[in-house]
Design a protein around this ligand. Structure first.
Ligand code: SF4
Ligand code: MG
Length: 334
C-alpha cells in the first residue's frame, strides 16, 4: 500500500515544575492508505499522547519538541493550530471513548450530523439531511429517520458511538484515529462497533489507528500492531505474527493477560508491577524492573528498536546476538 502517515522520532514533552516529562520519547511508525493499525499499551504508555500529537490536540503544558509527523507531504508537527483545525475537519477524523462528551446535548443527532456534512461537503440542506439519514442507516442504526430527530441522551452508549462514527466519516477522512472507542461499551456491542468500523473503512478506503489497552480487541480487526511502553515503541509487527510469536517480553505479558474466549474461566496472568512514572524512569531497558528475562546488561543499557525478519521490529537485548553471546559466556564461567 501507499504510505499515508510517517511518524518519525516524535517527541512530546510536558513541561512541569519538576522539569520536562517525555511522554512520547522518540516514536516512529508508518500507516499506509486504507490500513488498520493498532497502538497498544497500558495507560501511561504514551499511546494517547501520540495520537493527540498527530491530531494537533496536545494541550499546555505539553508540546511537540522533536521529530516529524509526515501526513502525505505535510509535516503536521510544524502546523499551526489554525492549519491543524482544517486538517482535523477534512483529512483526519477521530472518535473517543465517551461519545456523550463529543455530542452536543442541546441539539438533535440530525442537526449535528447535517451540520458536519454541510461543513465538509458542497451540498444543500435537503441533500445533507438525506445523506445524514443514509449515514445513520449505514452505521447500523435502525429507524434512522427517528434517530435523526432524537437528542443524544435518549440513545444507548452503543448507538451514540455509531452516531460518532457516522460524524467522523461524514468528512470522508483519509485517516480515522479511534482512542479506546469501545472501552465504555459491553463486550457484545464492542464487537459490533469494531466490526462496523472495519466494514466502513474498507468501503471508504480510510486508514484507522486504533488506540487500545486491550490486545484482545485487535486480533480480528487490524493489519498491524504497534506496542508502546514508557513513551517508546517496543514492538511492531503484523497482527498474525504478533499473536503467534510475540517477541518482546512486554508483548508476551500483555498477551498472557488477555482473556481468550475458550478459557475465560482460567485465572489471568497479569504483568507484575506498573508502568514507570516519568519521575522514576529506570535506566537501561525501561521494562527491566518488570521483565522476567532481565539480564545484567539490561539494567544499564538501553536497547534500540531493531528490525527482525518480515519487517518486524523489537526493542530488546534478547535479540542482540553479541549481547546474548556475552551473557552466555558469563553464565558459563560462573
Ligand atoms: Fe527484558 Fe532485557 Fe529485553 Fe528489556 S531488554 S525486555 S529487560 S530482556
Ligand atoms: Mg488513553
Amino acid at each position: 500500500g501507499k504510505e499515508l502517515l510517517n511518524v518519525n522520532q516524535l517527541q512530546t514533552h510536558f513541561f512541569t515544575e519538576n522539569g520536562a516529562i517525555p511522554s512520547v520519547n522518540g516514536v516512529s511508525f508508518q500507516v499506509n492508505k486504507g490500513e488498520l493499525v493498532a497502538i497498544v499499551g497500558e495507560s501511561g504508555s504514551g499511546k494517547s499522547v501520540t495520537s493527540l500529537s498527530i491530531m494537533g490536540l496536545v494541550e499546555e503544558p505539553g508540546k511537540i519538541v522533536g521529530g516529524e509527523i509526515m501526513f502525505e507531504d505535510k509535516d503536521l508537527a510544524k502546523y499551526t493550530n489554525k492549519q491543524m483545525r482544517k486538517i482535523r475537519g477534512n483529512d483526519i477524523a477521530m472518535i473517543f471513548q465517551e461519545p456523550l462528551t463529543s455530542l452536543n446535548p442541546v441539539f438533535t443527532i440530525g442537526n449535528q450530523l447535517r451540520e458536519a456534512i454541510l461543513q465538509h461537503q458542497n451540498v444543500d440542506k435537503a441533500t445533507a439531511k438525506k445523506m445524514s439519514i443514509d449515514m445513520l442507516t449505514q452505521v447500523g442504526i435502525p429507524r434512522a429517520d427517528k434517530v435523526y430527530s432524537s437528542f443524544p441522551h435518549s440513545l444507548s452508549g452503543g448507538m451514540r458511538q455509531r452516531v460518532m462514527i457516522a460524524m467522523a466519516l461524514s468528512c470522508n477522512p483519509k485517516l480515522l484515529i479511534a482512542d479506546e472507542p469501545t472501552t465504555a461499551l459491553d463486550v457484545t456491542i464492542q464487537a459490533q462497533i469494531l466490526e462496523l468500523m472495519k466494514d466502513l473503512v474498507k468501503k471508504m478506503d480510510t486508514a484507522i489507528i486504533l488506540i487500545t489497552h486491550d490486545l484482545g480487541v485487535v486480533a480480528e480487526l487490524v493489519d498491524r500492531v504497534i506496542v508502546m511502553y514508557a513513551g517508546q515503541v517496543v514492538e511492531q509487527s503484523d497482527v498474525f505474527s504478533l499473536f503467534k510469536d510475540p517477541k518482546h517480553p512486554y508483548t508476551k505479558g500483555l498477551l498472557d493477560s488477555t482473556p481468550k474466549i475458550q478459557d475465560l474461566n482460567e485465572e489471568l496472568i497479569s504483568i507484575k508491577g506498573t508502568v514507570p512514572t516519568p519521575a522514576n524512569m529506570p535506566d537501561g531497558c525501561k521494562f527491566h524492573p518488570r521483565c522476567p528475562h532481565a539480564m545484567d546488561h539490561c539494567i544499564s543499557n538501553e536497547p534500540k528498536l531493531d528490525t527482525l525478519e518480515n519487517g518486524r521490529e523489537v526493542r530488546c537485548w534478547l535479540y542482540d546476538e553479541e549481547v546474548m553471546a556475552d551473557e552466555q559466556s558469563k553464565n558459563g564461567n560462573e
